[in-house]
Design a protein around this ligand. Structure first.
Ligand SMILES: NC(=O)c1ccc[n+]([C@@H]2O[C@H](COP(=O)([O-])OP(=O)(O)OC[C@H]3O[C@@H](n4cnc5c(N)ncnc54)[C@H](OP(=O)(O)O)[C@@H]3O)[C@@H](O)[C@H]2O)c1
Length: 242
């Protein structure tokens, strides 16, 4: 018996990194899982084959692609019980290098897509459902170059709190999970090796996070034991911030 037997879950950005680990974990816990991905078809196929999850290609920067994803989820999942807003654009750039285009892109992928997904879930989710939004410790550590990224994640953290109040009457919980440095393509492509060593040294548990470390926290919130937590931001950072 899995903790999510009979439940349907939608995970955005499930072909690689943390999203992939979340798909694997929720599927192992018994959920029927659908995930989105943007371009890496081979990675998506590998996850789908390994877990039995359903993969849907689409760019969540496009509202039309998102509507198609939601329609697929309604059609192919047994019910909508769990939504994990995981996919995001890094958008790292110094203040001077931010353009209108990069602003629009990061806000569309990270902020608008998360808002539309929560709005959709509020409409179709079964009572007692779970919404988990991925943020980052960068909202608490104001590092240079993270203005767009951390700004967009700050909006997501705020969405979590308001949605928790709006949807709580139906037993739906809404929480944020904020990973610290977690070993994924996104982390390695935006940091030199020395920075990763510094992050590990700065972390109480003495290493970088693994995607499945973060997936375990998401699974706790998505499962029955998470029922009394809502509107919270859980730091899944191995003690990078204490
Ligand atoms: N890694 C860290 O250290 C860290 C720390 C704090 C927070 N986070 C947060 O954790 C989440 C996952 O990060 P990650 O490191 O696992 O990222 P990642 O390794 O870059 O993986 C991103 C996943 O999302 C998909 N994706 C990206 N943009 C998309 C779009 N526009 N539409 C649809 N799918 C899209 C990718 O699909 P394709 O494979 O097709 O491109 C991929 O499956 C993000 O919200 C990130 O901000 C990560």
């Amino acid at each position: 018996m899995g903790t999510l037997d009979g439940k349907g879950a939608l995970v955005t950005g499930g072909s690689r990194g943390i999203g992939r680990a979340i798909v694997e974990r929720l599927a192992a816990d018994g959920a029927t899982v659908m995930f989105s991905f943007r371009s890496d078809e081979r990675a998506a196929e590998e996850v789908a084959t390994g877990t039995g999850a359903l993969a849907v290609r689409g760019d969540q920067g496009s509202a039309e692609d998102l509507r198609r994803l939601f329609a697929e989820a309604e059609k192919r999942l047994p019910s909508i019980d769990v939504l994990v807003n995981n996919a995001a654009e890094g958008g790292l750039a110094a203040l001077a290098d931010i353009t209108e285009e990069s602003f629009e892109r990061v806000m569309a992928v990270n902020v608008r897509a998360t808002l539309l997904a929560i709005q959709w879930a509020g409409r179709v989710m079964r009572d007692g459902g779970r919404i988990v939004n991925l943020s980052t410790v960068n909202t608490m550590v104001p590092a240079p170059g993270t203005m767009l990224y951390a700004g967009s994640k700050g909006a997501i953290e705020q969405f979590t709190k308001v949605a928790a109040r709006e949807l709580g009457g139906r037993g739906i919980t809404v929480n944020t999970v904020s990973p610290g440095a977690t070993d994924t393509d996104l982390l390695r492509s935006s940091n030199p090796p020395e920075a990763l060593e510094r992050s590990a040294a700065f972390t109480a548990l003495g290493r970088l996070g693994r995607p499945d470390d973060v997936a375990a926290v998401v699974a706790f919130l998505a499962g029955p034991d998470g029922r009394w937590m809502t509107g919270q931001n859980l730091l899944a950072s191995g003690g990078m911030l204490v």
